[in-house]
Ligand binder design. Structure first.
Ligand code: SAH
Length: 249
């Protein structure tokens, strides 16, 4: 899933931001970087230093002239924008974007592009209108614009969270069956019988005992097997109680 998410930087002017982007991507397991008409040389001492070991992503990044070329094979294109524009466009949150990714990337041909703008002027309206949706990272409205590589970091993190959640869901052990209502009722009847037999519970003076034990047990949502253990304990307890002729059945 992560290797089919492309980070597209348009018109970047600081090599350090390209290196910082590569580092953010590599930290989160993203590999696909594309540069559209950068206004600087992508590989410099500055970008290598900011990449801090992830500069292979910069070296491998194709440099193209237009956004169209960078996202031609993508099935979903999302533009990251620091501010709202004149023409309202479908907006998604960073978390919402992450949640959408597993579905979007379900087939092997699917590709998602996350597009980031220039440090000084962001994305143009024409570029924003080539995106299916816009994502805004919630920030202080009085100071809403993040550093380019920091914005990439936030969205790359959401991609990773979504990927981890999907991986966890896929590897989850099948959940053991919970006790049914009928099994719980049999247990409560057995419990009450045993508590009376050992003299702990007096039905003539119930003091909400059974109600409290019910509330406690139901809150725990016991599994069938856990309830079977408890019933086994009750059966063995009953065996230790001397049988009385006038005692409860
Ligand atoms: N001064 C520019 C912002 C440039 S920041 C402007 O006002 O538009 C460089 C890029 O980082 C932006 O184009 C955008 O892609 C991304 N970015 C910065 N802050 C962001 C935010 N709060 N939400 C989403 N993307 C953001």
């Amino acid at each position: 899933m992560l290797d089919r998410i492309r980070i597209v930087l348009i018109g970047t002017s600081h090599p350090g931001n390209i290196g910082g982007t590569a580092r953010a991507m590599h930290n989160m397991g993203l590999t696909d970087l594309a540069l559209v008409a950068p206004r600087c040389t992508p590989v410099t001492a500055d970008s290598v230093s900011r990449a801090s070991g992830a500069d292979h992503l910069v070296n491998a990044a194709p440099v193209v002239d237009t956004l169209e070329q960078a996202v031609a094979d993508c099935t979903l294109v999302v533009g990251a924008s620091a501010r709202s524009r004149t023409l309202p466009w479908p907006m998604i949150t960073p978390r919402g974007l992450g949640e959408q990714l597993p579905g979007e990337l379900a087939t092997s041909e699917a590709r998602v592009a996350l597009v980031f703008g220039r440090e000084d002027s962001g994305l143009t309206n024409a570029e924003l209108q080539r995106c299916h949706a816009h994502v805004h990272i919630p920030t202080n409205p009085d100071f809403s614009s993040l550093n380019l590589a920091a914005a990439v970091q936030v969205l790359a993190y959401e991609c990773r969270l979504a990927w981890l959640a999907r991986r966890e869901a896929q590897s989850e052990e099948p959940t053991p069956p919970l006790a049914t209502h009928a099994e719980l009722e049999h247990y409560f009847a057995h419990l009450e019988r045993t508590l009376i037999a050992i003299g702990f519970h007096d039905p003539a003076m119930p003091r909400q005992l059974m109600a409290r034990l019910r509330r406690f047990t139901l809150r725990a949502r016991p599994e069938r097997m856990e309830l079977n253990i408890l019933r086994g304990i009750l059966s063995d307890t009953e065996k230790l109680v001397p049988q009385r002729d006038d005692g409860p059945a």
